[in-house]
Design a protein. Sequence first.
Length: 326
Amino acid sequence: METIGSPMLWGAFAAFVVVALLVDLVLMRHGGPHKVTFKEAAWWSVGWIALALLFNAGLWWWLCEQSGADIGNRIGLEFLTGYLVEKSLAVDNIFVFLMLFSYFAVPEEQRQRVLVIGVLGAIVLRAILIFAGALLLAKFHWILYVFGAFLIFTGIKMLMAAGKSPDLDSNPVLKWMRGHLRLTDDYHDSKLSILRDGKRWYTPLFAVIVLIGVTDVIFAVDSIPAIFAITEDPFIVLTSNVFAVLGLRAMFFLLQGMADRFHLLPYGLALVLVFIGGKMLLIDVYKIPVLISLIGVAAIIGGSVVLSLMRPAAAKPGDGQGSSAV
């Protein structure tokens, strides 16, 4: 695997992520479990984006000094494009999280804990999948065509499903839990399970965390091939992914009250996957420049957001009505 990632760069990045997570966990949870305000989430979202851009600028400067401006510019653009792609696809995670929290009526003060577990799980899963994907690409170039076809297939499925409310009752994981585990109807503070009459019962919070974990796996499988269309350097793939995921929790609280306003965004995300999948399939015929990819992704996402605001979604019957916990 060819990579710019020296042991020093890998070590510095790992240390940075650990410190950032600790700061996030300590400061954002200051005062115990609580409802995160829009202002608090906005500041944290801006902070995570600023850190990603600062990292990108520092990496660009270091590479320009060490390897020349051409390499520095190329890697800097690859990171920025990969970060934008992963940040955009992370919004799909948020839509699913919102659906789960609404379906299970998760208390506001418990949502932070679930999201922390979700973010940590996403980082670990993506790291594993990224290194596995990089090893496969290093040995089998044709895997790119598999990734490309998979992204186009996934994008088309997303286009067909966009605008439709998923039927969580038919989710196979939830059906399995209901058939094999004792699930309580009520929450018991932050407990995942309780003992009742000498038997172990699992709370709705446990069910939500399991489904969040399954969601992490599904979206990691979708998003990892997408960034390999931008760069095959595992250092850039991992760092851009991790920075996108680190801000996921803050972005959730920022968008949770505005998700309906961006009703066309799922269509935009689906088109991004189709665009990137096509880029992969054409790689040996014509390699689309990274700058064009950046402009294309930004135009698709920005266009779907603008159109969503210009043409608000019609109110759906039953909006605002939650479902039973389990």
